[in-house]
Design a protein around this ligand. Sequence first.
Ligand code: SF4
Length: 98
Amino acid sequence: MAEKLEAKPDRMATMEEYRAIVDDHPVKFDEKQVHFERDEGGDHKDGMCCAVCFHFYAGKFHNVCEIFRPTDGNPTIQPIDYCHFVTLDGENFPLLEE
Ligand code: SF4
């Protein structure tokens, strides 16, 4: 893990600090932990899929999930993918078994 940044330094950030942030990927769930499935979201699951999920972020070059990172070599989350943590509001999880 990269060295922690000085808390709110009173100066411009350095390239070393920039690279530390870029290289310091937060820990996220893997496929098994969230029951992630590619191309399986959609109508047959009441429309619950990454496209409508609170944790989905669509980027210019690829989409990401706030809580899950694929380990299959394809970093992009597709709108039609889904997992059992899909949620519209971060409070209700219709596919998650208690
Ligand atoms: S459905 Fe799962 S993988 Fe897709 S954005 Fe939501 S939490 Fe992430």
